[in-house]
Design a protein around this ligand. Structure first.
Ligand code: ATP
Length: 366
């Protein structure tokens, strides 16, 4: 274990009869960008507040570099937190905001000035020191809130949905900035969000939470391509979801029938052979090939003739909603080269995908 690895061990917190965080364990390697991702109410904030020391767990432990920090009050933990509503002091200048924690620690004036200036340069705002907070843009305020924490050189920075209050364009921009800043500074970031795109873009590892429990921890690629549960398959990234019954099951392949009678082949099976209940299948829009002629899809074991129901034009991220003859709809990503950009609503097309792109889980695990 490195000097500042964070370990969460069997952490549990119950409110009345609701278990908000249920025996959660994971380790965050020093210097990494780690996200906790989950829908509203899954227990992210409760977990983060326990890390910061604002609330106490019922059981379990929190260790940094192998030493428990549970008995330390928030201000003695080597942890700092950036809140969604940044809590900058409006009556102080930018430099005074960044200097605040250092002044409380009693550092001498010259050293404070030097460290503040260095930190402002690091967040690419070297000349912002004399400005008032309300002279900054949303993104600049964000950087100052982070600078104010990082100047204290914490082992760990906790970020509680810090981009939630920003408009979409700025959020997209800040995602990249935050990732670059973390890589440059090397402080461990623990970031909580319900936005799977934020988690995928920025993180080295992501822990997916659902109803107080950890569903899966992995790299963004592992969560996206190898989800271990139906919840992760449905929550991380965009996927077509189809409710099915199992027609046949051998070791390598499963044949499914959707509620509307469409047959699907799946080789990405997370279902025990003895299971006889309903199943749910997920197929990513980009795993489906779309073509005007049948020959292009004839080698796929899943192949369907369908009609274009609507076109969702979004440049290189365009997709179409296809109506299948059986009555279901599928979202299909359109080729980025614009080849299919002239598709018309109502046009007949052919789609196909490989059995390994049909991820299949028992329905009772959703
Ligand atoms: P959000 O993204 O909406 O902030 P979250 O994932 O951060 O949600 P938490 O705020 O940790 O979720 O809440 C987890 C569960 O615990 C929720 O059901 C919530 O209603 C409940 N809860 C949180 N704080 C308290 C409290 N002080 N007293 C009682 N129940 C609480």
């Amino acid at each position: 274990m490195a000097e500042s690895d964070l370990s969460i061990i069997n952490l549990t917190k119950t409110y009345d009869r609701l278990t908000a965080v249920d025996r959660v364990s994971f380790t965050v390697p020093q210097g990494s960008f780690f996200s906790i991702l989950g829908p509203s109410g899954c227990g992210k904030t409760t977990l983060l507040r326990m890390l910061a020391g604002f609330i106490s767990p019922d059981s379990g432990d929190i260790c940094i570099g192998g030493t428990s920090v549970l008995n330390l009050p928030p201000n003695r933990r080597p942890i700092n937190m950036v809140f969604q509503h940044l809590a900058l002091f409006p009556n102080m200048t930018v430099a005074e905001n960044v200097a605040y924690g250092l002044r409380r620690r009693g550092l001498d004036k010259a050293e404070i000035a030097q460290r503040v200036q260095k930190m402002l340069a690091r967040v690419s705002l070297p000349d912002a020191g004399p400005k008032q907070i309300d002279q900054l843009s949303g993104g600049q305020k964000q950087r100052i809130a982070i600078a104010r924490c990082l100047v204290l050189e914490p082992a760990l920075l906790l970020l509680d949905e810090p981009l939630g209050a920003l408009d979409l364009k700025l959020r997209e921009h800040m995602k990249i900035e935050l990732k670059q800043l973390q890589a440059e500074i090397g402080t461990t970031f623990v970031y909580i969000t319900h936005d799977q795109s934020e988690a995928l873009v920025m993180s080295d590892h992501v822990a997916v939470m659902n109803r107080g429990r950890l569903e899966q921890i992995g790299t963004p690629q592992e969560l996206y391509y190898k989800p271990k549960s139906a919840f992760v398959a449905g929550f991380v990234g965009v996927s077509n979801r189809l409710n099915c019954r199992i027609v046949s099951h051998n070791n390598a392949e499963l044949i499914l029938e959707t509620q509307q009678g469409l047959n699907l082949h799946s080789s990405a099976i997370k279902i025990d052979k003895t299971y006889t209940g309903s199943a749910v299948a997920y197929v990513r829009p980009e795993a489906i090939l779309i073509a005007r002629d049948h020959a292009a899809v004839s080698s796929f074991s899943n192949q369907i003739e369908a009609k274009i129901g609507s076109i969702l034009f979004d440049g290189a991220n365009s997709s179409a909603i296809l109506n299948l003859p059986q009555g279901e709809s599928l979202m299909v990503a359109l080729p980025q080269d614009g080849r299919m950009s002239m598709l018309q609503v109502g046009e007949t097309v052919h789609i196909g995908w490989h059995p390994e792109a049909t991820l299949c889980f028992p329905e009772n695990t959703v």
